[in-house]
Design a protein around this ligand. Structure first.
Ligand SMILES: Cc1ncc(COP(=O)(O)O)c(C=O)c1O
Length: 427
């Protein structure tokens, strides 16, 4: 076993020299002792931007000052507020502005998308997900199959990694769809898997789903704000994402949805409707029927919650200011550095990085299997003894996400050093 002698000065030097200086000071980093934690849970809940308090305060002030008249007269008029999010959200996922809408929360959007895009028939009603899909996705697709009268145990096909491997291979998903796709109505996969951190190859999987006659949707919960995405060009039918992870918009914050342009004017798609589904010009005519719009807005139901939208807008402005490509480049540097440190401490210690080693096949997350130890006990020691916040996923995986907006090389050094000490104490 190597002793813990990782070079902390080198980490500080890397921080000082990095071409994208950290934006850490623009976030509230939780305190630890006289300093701050090393925060690796941005794939679960991103940190609070310092500027957010003023942005929320602005809406509260406008509400106090204007009451209902804020709909038209607020600094950012509420009646059209959601339109401010359209272009930055489109840039984030690689879409035309007409293809995106920010609304609801993620699982709600998964369901609304499936109302339109899961159209099962007796011959073709299977839904393909990853065996390690996030439970909410699993529950959602099972409930959709049952809603349409199919047995979820047979209608939902769960794709597993090969024996002895921890991640699905994109080529295996493609091969499955080529072989079995004739019974598949919908493919719904996590673009970045929450457990392994694997980034699936969206374009070929989408093409394979289409070649098989299926609709292909993606859950971007762990991909939005993590990697550059090109939903439109990759031909994805629909997608949904949340904004409380890499997008730093706060606990339970609003989600997004993408619908490909080719579906926007399809009046035959079943949809649930509410007063915000109708054309804005007709909204206050109080008509009994919807006047359809050919944008993703037509999947909206309710009037948008402004206090929940303000954090998303503030966050998207930060992403625009830095640029996703620059963030991704830094993310690759940070994650690669953390990986090299974990490899250095792995000698003689029971840890194994299960995230793909190819930087193109992962985002800002390394999942570390701790053999023979309870991952929850390990993360508790990391937190309390060393001020390193990571999370545990049952039974034995510790997830570390060096989110590039506020994590530093020195944080990576702290995490690896602390993990080695915690494992040595347990050994
Ligand atoms: C991949 C994935 N899907 C769905 C969800 C559920 O999101 P929500 O509770 O916002 O509906 C999460 C939450 O972390 C997730 O990671």
């Amino acid at each position: 076993m190597t002793t813990v002698a990782l070079d902390g000065q080198r980490a500080l030097d890397l921080d000082a020299a990095d071409e994208l200086p950290t934006l850490r000071s623009q976030f509230h980093v939780p305190p630890h002792g006289d300093g701050e934690v090393a925060y690796f849970a941005g794939n679960s809940l991103g940190l609070q931007p310092v500027a957010l308090r003023d942005r929320l305060g602005q809406e509260l002030d406008d509400w106090a000052r204007l009451g209902v008249e804020g709909h038209g007269e607020a600094t950012r008029p509420w009646v059209s507020y959601h339109q401010l999010l359209r272009e930055p959200a489109a840039r984030l996922v690689g879409a035309d502005p007409s293809e995106v809408v920010v609304m609801n929360s993620l699982t709600v959007n998964l369901h609304l998308m499936m109302v339109s895009f899961y159209r099962p028939t007796p011959q073709r009603h299977a839904i393909v997900i990853e065996d390690s899909a996030f439970p909410s996705d699993s529950y959602a697709v099972r409930s959709q199959a049952a809603f349409h009268g199919y047995d979820p145990d047979t209608a939902v096909i769960r794709l597993r990694p090969r024996d002895g491997e921890s991640s699905l291979r994109s080529e295996d998903v493609v091969a499955f769809l080529a072989a079995e796709g004739s019974r598949v109505a919908l493919v719904l996969l996590g673009a970045v898997n929450y457990y392994s951190g694997e980034f699936l190859d969206i374009e070929p999987i989408t093409a394979a789903g289409h070649a098989a006659g299926a609709v292909v949707g993606w859950d971007l919960a762990h991909a939005a704000g993590n990697l550059p995405l090109r939903m439109h060009d990759w031909g994805v039918d629909w997608a949904a994402w949340c904004s409380y992870k890499y997008l730093n918009s706060g606990p339970g914050s609003l989600a997004g949805a993408f619908v490909h342009e080719r579906h926007l004017a399809d009046r035959s798609l079943p949809k649930f409707a509410g007063w915000w589904s109708t054309d804005a010009a007709s909204r206050f005519l109080m008509a009994p029927t919807v006047t359809p719009v050919d944008t993703a807005d037509s999947w909206q139901l309710s009037n948008p919650p402004i206090l929940a939208m303000a954090p998303v807008l503030a966050s998207l402005e930060m992403f625009d200011a830095v640029g996703m490509d620059a963030l991704r480049a830094k993310s690759i540097r940070l994650t690669g550095y953390l990986e090299s440190l974990l490899d250095a401490i792995a000698d003689g210690r029971p840890l194994e990085v299960i995230t793909p080693r190819d930087p193109q096949r992962r985002g800002a997350q390394l999942s570390v299997r701790i053999h023979g130890l309870d991952a929850g006990a390990v993360t508790a020691r990391l937190r309390h003894d060393h001020g390193v916040i990571a999370d545990a996923r049952q039974p034995d995986v510790v997830r570390l996400a060096p989110a590039p907006m506020y994590c530093t090389f020195h944080d990576c050094w702290r995490a690896a050093t602390a993990l080695a000490k915690v494992l040595d104490a347990h050994g």
